[in-house]
Design a protein around this ligand. Sequence first.
Ligand code: C5P
Length: 245
Amino acid sequence: MKKKQEPSVRDRLIVALDVDTEAAAVEVVQVLSAQVRTFKVGSQLFTKCGPAIVQKIHDLGGRVFLDLKFHDIPTTVAKAGIEAARLGVFMFNVHLSGGETMIRRCLEMVGEVCEQEGLVRPYIIGVTLLTSICEETLRNDLGVTRTIPEQVAHFASMAAKDGLDGVVASAREIGAIRRTCGEDFLIVTPGIRPTGTPVDDQSRIATPHWALEQGADYLVIGRPILNAPDPAKAVEAILEEMEPR
Ligand code: C5P
């Protein structure tokens, strides 16, 4: 586990670049770069634009959370992680359902290459269960007999034991994960809705203040910023809501 830095309020906000063109992504980064340091590139934008989009964001002064949720045999995930590290991303993630060998191989090989090549190792975090998975899907499709909270807790403690830097978790799961995995474990929380913004398709939402109060380290926010009439103003209000009271 990498030692957790104490990010400032501004550093704790990650804006999800859920847009479908490079031009749209670059515009968002340019408009917000004075206020926001970290941008999330997911599979849609990455598949459309390729690694060049990561370089573009870096050139504009931003950091990148590469949200490609790697899930494959251990060596393939490790090699994908190495390429993410060579791109210079700040953070990337892997599916914890890939198992402990996959997690450990990824940490080991990425760590080795970063040392050999003088790279800063990105934070490597785990995806527990996708929020789109319900109890029925877990039981019937995936054949898992644990409940969702039990499965999330199981994955989170496995991630911490294996040395991952943290997990993606909804605000409601933070307390239990903190208790099991300790203070140095990073918790990255999506599903955030600032006061007075539409819920969209998120079902278990939290305000920025509440999520931080629960113990989140980073908040991932997309549509409340991207769909706002004035995204910079929306960010300003969010940063204000994130300030400790
Ligand atoms: O627009 P919104 O703020 O809902 O975007 C949240 C971002 O976080 C999206 O990029 C979504 O894919 C991602 N995410 C999520 N729930 C998870 C994991 C990731 O909403 N459990």
